[in-house]
Design a protein around this ligand. Structure first.
Ligand code: B12
Ligand code: SF4
Length: 503
């Protein structure tokens, strides 16, 4: 028994695959809100805490509640392991799951014996109310945004409308050990949200399910003063914006850039957006973004087949905008990453060829573009699920089954083994040809350039005629090990993990 009622709330971010991105922004946001009500947040980030299960086991001994932030995929395994540790050490302690996966599949998540409460959607107000009620011994009925179990049965309270971002306290950045992140990432970088939500409704994305297509921005002056303060206080060299689609309000974007320039503080910043919105900016506006420190933008271009883009409900993404966005960014000196999804339901050889052809052309024209190709990954709650089920895709039936749904790892029934192996090889050839183009662009030797162009010829022939059998070039270059290394849409840096092996 504890002497005094504890106010300590232990929050856990399980480790994820790939490069360390930075402090867990979602948990820092929760920490700020619960702290205002007198609770003491303690965050354990599995990516920077190698012995996180031991740390959790110790920290939870005097905690009042335990919360886990969860995305779909392999991080579920460590969330489950941590929950078992907590159950063992403190069987009576409420275990609260929040974040995207538990929001999208609340009932299935609560089905597990080690999950007591699920917080759905934006979490600050809901978690604070849960903690306040629990410390007062009050029931959780009518706490909007939370589902919980009573007597083994799920009680599903109604959703809570999102609070304006500008009405919430700033994330508790003071809790971050910036030195340990600098060691893990090699840079002093901070994820930051100037807005949440995107008004578009792409069929393979859950943003609209989570944020209801509502763009929820912070004020320009608030963002400028906070970022300037953070950069100065923590000697940051990069701010990685995590906004769903940063350019929804282009005037706001340029106002932010102007604010940063006027502050006289220098740092790099990156964001993700759609190319149609970038194209609404004039060349001068894009140059202004670059002048204020933008050095990378991630675009979810996904496909260059208009038919597949329509299937993705992404008709706002025009092929000409992909070229124009690349040009505008190149002229301003900004690197960009184009995300590509292959293997979408309904995609046939002709659509894939079209994407590879257009992207090949973009690659040869624009030195500043890199690509992040991936096999379509069926995340929970994406609007296209009814069609996926009809096409024979089996939906994982438990929290733990979702752990195996890693990025680009799904077995898609509409892609037989031959087609998926061809697809993997096609992506590898595409990346090899582009890599050579970049090397040629940088080479100062005429003979070297000629030699590499010769090497490129068979690759271009293969891509043009879609012939990927006997992949001699790939074997020779041991391409599988480095060609399809996925680049982060958030920063453009390699994530250090590979796609399915090119067989
Ligand atoms: C940053 C980011 C990451 C970072 C997060 C780490 C970090 N240090 O911040 C990293 C790099 C780890 C990451 C990885 C991946 N990501 Co990601 N990521 C994002 C991104 C761009 C922003 C998230 C964010 O910080 N938002 C701002 C904060 C304030 O909000 P939040 O995190 O959602 O937290 C709020 C609520 O969710 C809730 N909440 C969250 N946790 C908890 C915990 C408790 C206890 C409670 C009560 C509430 C709660 O309250 C918070 C405050 O309101 C989102 C897209 C987006 N626009 O949100 C995609 C997104 C979350 N990622 C996504 C995906 C698919 C991935 C990957 C699976 C694949 C990939 N893209 O490579 C990998 C996961 C790898 C793995 N499983 O091993 C999907 C989620 C789909 C899903 N079903 O989980 C999203 C939505 C992108 C998309 N539109 O598809 N990602
Ligand atoms: S534009 Fe991007 S964030 Fe918006 S719905 Fe489409 S994929 Fe999701």
């Amino acid at each position: 028994m504890l002497d005094r009622p504890s106010r300590k709330v232990l929050l856990f971010a399980p480790p994820y695959q790939g490069k360390v991105f930075g402090p867990p922004l979602g948990l820092l946001s929760l920490a700020a809100s619960i702290r205002e009500e007198g609770f003491t947040p303690v965050i354990v980030d599995g990516t920077t805490t190698p012995n996180f299960l031991d740390v959790i086991s110790k920290e939870v001994a005097d905690a009042f509640a335990f919360g886990i932030s969860l995305l779909t995929g392999p991080m579920i395994r460590d969330a489950v392991a941590a929950s078992h540790v907590v159950r063992k050490v403190r069987p009576e302690l409420p275990i609260i799951y929040g974040g995207w996966h538990p929001t999208l599949l609340s009932a299935q998540t609560l089905h597990e014996g080690f999950v007591d409460i699920v917080v759905r959607h934006q979490g600050e107000k809901t978690l604070t109310e849960i903690l306040k009620r629990q410390s007062a011994g009050a029931p959780l009925d009518l706490v909007a945004g939370c589902w919980f179990k009573r007597g083994g049965k799920i009680v599903a309270n109604g959703d809570r409308p999102s609070s304006p971002l500008s009405s919430l306290p700033s994330p508790a950045y003071d809790l971050v050990d910036f030195e340990s992140y600098a060691r893990a990432t090699g840079s002093r970088k901070l994820p930051y949200a100037t807005s949440i939500g995107c008004p578009y409704a792409c069929n393979y994305c859950t943003d609209m399910v989570f944020y209801n297509r509502r763009f929820n921005p912070q004020t320009v002056s608030g963002v400028v003063s906070e970022i300037v303060h953070l950069v100065k206080t923590y000697a940051l060299d990069e701010i990685a914006l995590v906004d769903s689609n940063f350019l929804v309000d282009t005037r706001r974007a340029t106002a932010l850039a102007r604010g940063f320039i006027e502050s006289g503080i220098h740092f790099h910043w990156t964001f993700q957006a759609s190319t149609d919105l970038l194209c609404r900016l004039s060349d001068e506006d894009v140059a202004l973004l670059a002048e204020s420190g933008v050095n990378h933008i991630g675009f979810g271009t996904e496909s260059a087949s208009p038919e597949i883009l329509r299937k993705m409900r992404k008709a706002h993404q025009k092929i000409e905008d992909m070229f124009e966005a690349a040009r505008k960014c190149r002229d301003a000196g900004i690197r960009v990453t184009y995300n590509l999804i292959f293997g979408y339901p309904g995609e046939e050889d002709c659509h894939r060829r079209e994407t590879l052809r257009v992207m090949g052309q973009i690659a040869s024209e624009f030195e500043n573009v890199t690509f992040s190709p991936n096999l379509f990954t069926p995340y929970p709650g994406i609007p296209i699920w009814p069609e996926l089920r009809e096409a024979g895709l089996r939906e994982p039936q438990s929290l733990e089954e979702w752990a195996s749904v890693g990025l680009g790892q799904a077995e898609l029934p509409w892609l037989n083994e031959r087609a998926s192996s061809e697809l993997a090889r096609g992506m590898s050839y595409f990346m090899l040809a582009n890599r050579l183009s970049k090397v040629i662009g940088r080479s100062h030797s005429i003979a070297g350039r000629k030699g590499m162009r010769l090497l490129q010829k068979p690759l271009h022939w293969r891509l043009k005629h879609h012939v990927f059998a006997l992949p001699l070039e790939l074997w020779v270059s041991m391409a599988q090990h480095w060609l399809v290394v996925r680049r982060s849409l958030l920063t453009g840096e390699p994530l250090g993990r590979q796609m399915k092996e090119a067989r």
